[in-house]
Design a protein around this ligand. Structure first.
Ligand code: PLP
Length: 465
């Protein structure tokens, strides 16, 4: 959430009870008020257009106001919106489960639908735990994860999130789980190359399992392609294969959190489809799965897990809105569009184009230290000096400042700072999967103008070399 907005957004009406009153310091300027959206653009109440360069919080894979999805929403709303799944199965749920598991491929036979990403991860952790108990391994409960990482904002999700700042506030309220370093290779320890560092990070998993006691370790959870915390971090195939082998060696379940990277954004429906031998046991999805047309998420699991739990009486877990027919119908309409418009393949193609354009921009802009990502999940890392990779003053919150310059140039740039910037200043670039090449050019042009203003002001403040 940005801390300051350009002066033209300062309103004279108070925030009232709106959510902004939770985020903005008292008396701070407020963001534009959204009026409507169409395609990759959002419009505020004064008619100003913003290119949605990050699909909101990497959600709006289909862009805004997709007519087919809107029609499906109306149709389903007229039929039935809610019927509790413990009493009624719905055709919408069955159809969607078949569709999602079909796209996910072998090993993902069952789908449990929820209302968002944090809920999906909570459900996945509990599914893994109940499976261990059902198999007679009740000592397994520890879930190893990476530092930095982001897995959501509920208590269980925070326990596996690698973020020292959120832990400094909420840590006493939950049991923080063991962490190993994420293989971030932009800044490396002296004398270490990126291949060796990545291999060391994979080995750290085995060392941590042995340190904790293999019989107590339940699972390892990772974002296979990083989100806000590691800035679209992608590792070599060898990393994913090593991690899979280590988990297998110790009977540890591998969970891929694909809440940001999944549902087609990376150029494959699941990121693990990019790397042979990297398949996880459980996958979580959200965000792009229903593309912002309804709050939604999913846990995908193999028959062996679901059936083992079924033999013991079924999953001891649920939420009021899980697998409700309205949300399932909306998500099914989204996936129909994704398949028919071939948006997964398009994400791969447009991602390559975006990658090239961002690398060209990096040559022209000294604030960009790194460009990384896969498909249409890309990120730039902001620095004071691309040669030394020196960060801008951490207290400045460079991504939040960039958001403000962006709004003034008609580009909406979501960022959420992880670890208070300890691992770098990241700006995700993740437009809707329907984006065209000319629209990518427009995105990069608006981004360049925003960065140029930022650079000019930093120069004036004496913060650049
Ligand atoms: N996991 C990852 C990788 C995410 O990026 C997010 C949200 O940004 C979450 C989990 C949490 O999802 P939600 O905000 O829908 O609860």
């Amino acid at each position: 959430m940005s801390e300051h907005f350009p002066a033209r957004f300062v309103g004279d009406t108070p925030h009232g009870g709106s959510v902004m009153s939770f985020y903005l310091p008292k008396g701070a300027a407020r963001p534009p008020r959204v009026a409507h959206g169409e395609g990759i653009y959002l419009y505020d109440e004064s008619g100003v257009q913003y290119l949605d360069a990050t699909s909101g919080a990497v959600v709006s894979n289909l862009g805004h106001s997709n007519p087919r999805v809107v029609a499906a929403m109306i149709e389903q709303a007229q039929r039935v919106t809610f019927a509790y799944p413990r009493f009624f199965e719905s055709e919408q749920n069955v159809r969607l489960a078949d569709r999602v598991t079909g796209l996910a491929g072998e090993g993902f036979d069952r789908a449990f639908f929820v209302s968002g990403g944090s809920e999906a991860n909570e459900s996945a952790l509990k599914l893994a735990r109940q499976y261990a108990v059902a198999r007679g391994e009740p000592r397994r409960y520890k879930v190893i994860s990476r530092d930095p990482s982001y897995h959501g904002s509920t208590m269980g999700a925070m326990a596996v999130t690698g973020d020292s700042f959120t832990e400094s506030i909420y840590g006493p309220m939950y049991k923080a789980m063991p962490k190993i370093p994420a293989p971030i290779t932009y800044r490396l320890p002296p004398g270490v190359n990126s291949t060796d560092y990545t291999a060391t990070c994979a080995q750290a998993l085995e060392a941590k399992i042995l340190e904790e006691g293999p019989q107590t370790v339940l699972a390892f959870i990772i974002e296979p392609i990083g989100g806000v915390s590691s800035g679209a971090l992608v590792s070599p195939a060898s990393y994913y294969r090593s991690v899979r082998e280590i988990c297998d060696r110790h009977g540890v379940l591998l969970i891929h959190d694909e809440i940001m990277s999944g549902a087609g954004r990376s150029g494959a429906f699941l990121s693990s489809q990019h790397w042979e031998g990297s398949r996880p046991d459980i996958v979580t999805l959200a965000k792009g799965l229903a593309a912002g047309y309804t709050p939604f998420g999913a846990v995908l699991a193999p028959n062996r897990i679901v059936e083992t739990i079924g033999e013991q009486g079924g999953f001891v877990h649920g939420h009021t809105y899980f697998s409700n027919p309205f949300s399932c119908a909306v998500a099914a309409a989204v996936l129909d569009e994704v398949v028919e418009q071939q948006l997964v393949e398009r994400a791969a193609r447009m991602g390559e184009y975006l990658d090239g354009q961002l690398r060209d921009l990096q040559q022209r802009c000294r604030l960009i230290g790194d460009v990384r990502g896969k498909g249409l999940l890309m990120a730039i890392e902001l620095v004071a000096d691309p040669v030394t990779k020196r960060q801008l003053p951490v207290a400045m919150n460079a991504p939040a400042r960039l958001t403000n310059y962006g709004l003034a140039h008609g580009i909406a740039l979501y960022n959420r700072r992880a670890n208070r910037g300890q691992f770098g200043d990241i700006q995700l670039i993740a437009p809707p999967l329907i984006v065209t090449e000319p629209q990518i050019d427009e995105l990069v042009e608006r981004l360049e103008r925003s960065l140029a203003d930022f650079e000019r002001d930093l120069d004036r403040e004496g913060l650049l070399p």
